[in-house]
Ligand binder design. Structure first.
Ligand code: SAH
Length: 437
């Protein structure tokens, strides 16, 4: 137990740090110090490849410990540690592999009142290195549209974990936190307004509805959002996790009834982003697959708003998969076409080894099936209508192009549903259960 451990974040940029030792541990330390902007002086008779790669010659006359700067540097004294090497240092790391040398370094550091991390014997040191997880919180700023980025110092969340003399344990805790940071489950939303008062829009593909089928990026942006504009389809349970002060605007469309027209959705996105807010437009599936994401992107860009588009798992592929239908399958299907069932189907390859996936338009199923037969598909082509994929009403109704409209009507099939047409439907348990051959 070390109840006296006092966590602190060092602003080490532009300051001299001495690293004694030339092995892989010294190299790791030197690398993170350089990333933090420190001027690193390595004292070691020999250095490993990783460390050698970090060492760059200083320009003539350049000093390396004269006040704050941003770019870190590494210089090397190619010899063993000598008294006096810690002169001017703000911090010391010793990782020589020799207990005697490490002890001598620690003793000199102690005498000079410089904090010292000792890799060999942690107890001999006066500072410990934590396991670290980092995330840039405001990284939607300036993404895509080349807008200004906030200063790194104000945008980063750093989590440092110490676990006494058990660094592996600290790493495990850090990894768990890292995973939560990656999935957006931690409240990363900045409390201070974005740098420059500039808002942004992220068009996030939410996947087919299961909250686990959103990308890590999407979850993270959602956790940072101040305004969420949500669809009817997509992972709506994620809205329940949002903090109370997040503004949630429901623009959900139901078939045949569009509560919020697209122009108004565009205007909402623009209005909130121009007011300096981080807006997430949470959409079902993928933003660019019948999602009108392109229109929203253009509307925002016309107002100079930075936009990030986060792809999503489209229902066109995932909803068939939910009921055991692969849209392509070796020997059964060589490709697939995704179409809207709202409109005339037009021309698609007629062979049954080309899968056709229809989104929307379940009420036009009869017309769509007839159109496919008219353009050369066999009336015997298998069809599955998959309702509410990944949802509580998930159901697969199967038939052929000749029968599916009647079968679906009898079964009371309704939106949202994805219709799959082609030999791949034979792969599904529902087809086999129906005994359709
Ligand atoms: N951008 C979305 C599609 C939007 S169009 C995507 O990539 O998935 C809306 C249509 O998607 C619905 O009419 C339905 O055909 C389909 N859809 C979306 N989610 C669905 C789900 N969970 N189950 C069944 N169909 C779904």
């Amino acid at each position: 137990m070390n109840p006296e451990l006092y966590p602190l974040g060092l602003r080490i940029a532009g300051r001299l740090v001495v690293v004694v030792g030339g092995g892989p541990v010294a190299a790791r330390r030197a690398r993170s110090l350089v990333l933090a902007g420190a001027h690193v002086r390595v004292v070691a008779p020999e250095v490993c490849e990783d460390l050698a790669a970090l060492i760059a010659p200083l320009p003539d006359g350049a000093a390396h410990h004269d006040g704050p700067g941003t770019a870190g540097t590494v210089v090397r004294e190619a010899r063993s540690f000598e008294p006096g090497d810690l002169e001017d240092a703000w911090l010391v790391h010793t990782a020589t592999g020799s207990p005697e040398v490490d002890a001598a370094v620690a003793a000199e550091a102690e005498a000079l009142r410089v904090f010292c991390v000792s890799a060999g014997d942690a107890e001999a040191g006066t500072a410990w290195v934590p396991a670290v997880a980092r995330v840039t919180v405001a990284d939607v700023d300036g993404a895509g549209a080349g807008g200004p980025t906030g200063s790194p110092a104000s945008t980063e969340v750093v989590v440092a974990v110490n676990a006494g003399r058990d660094p592996r344990r600290a790493q495990h805790v850090r990894d768990a936190i890292d995973a939560l940071l990656a999935t957006g489950e931690l409240p990363l939303r900045p409390v201070r307004p974005a740098a420059g008062g500039r808002g942004s829009v992220a068009l996030v593909g939410g996947g087919p509805g299961d909250p686990e089928l959103v990308t890590a990026r999407g979850r993270r942006l959602l956790a940072q959002a101040e305004v969420v504009v949500a669809d009817r389809l997509g992972p709506r349970v994620l809205l329940d996790e949002l903090a109370d002060d997040v503004v949630v605007i429901d623009v959900g469309k139901t078939p045949g009834f569009h509560p919020v027209p697209q122009e108004e959705i565009n205007a909402l996105l623009v209005e909130h982003a121009l007011a300096g807010r981080r807006v997430v437009r949470l959409k079902g599936g993928d933003p660019y697959v019948f999602g009108r994401g392109g229109e929203e992107l253009i509307a925002c860009e016309e107002h100079g708003i930075p936009v990030e588009v986060v792809p999503g798992v489209t229902s066109a592929v995932s909803v068939p998969a939910a009921v055991g239908i692969p849209v392509t399958h070796r020997g059964w299907s060589r490709g697939f076409t995704v179409l809207t069932g709202h409109e005339d189907i037009g021309k698609v390859p007629a062979a049954s080894d080309h899968t056709v996936v229809l989104l929307m338009g379940v009420s036009r199923l009869r017309d769509s099936a007839a159109a496919l037969v008219a353009s050369g598909r066999s009336p015997e082509t298998p069809v599955a209508v998959v309702e509410d994929g990944y949802g509580p009403r998930q159901r697969s109704t199967v038939g052929t192009l000749a029968t599916i409209a009647d079968v679906a009507t009898a079964a009371g099939v309704r939106a949202p549903a994805v219709t799959v047409i082609g030999d791949v439907v034979r792969v599904s348990p529902a087809w086999r259960a129906a005994g359709l051959g």
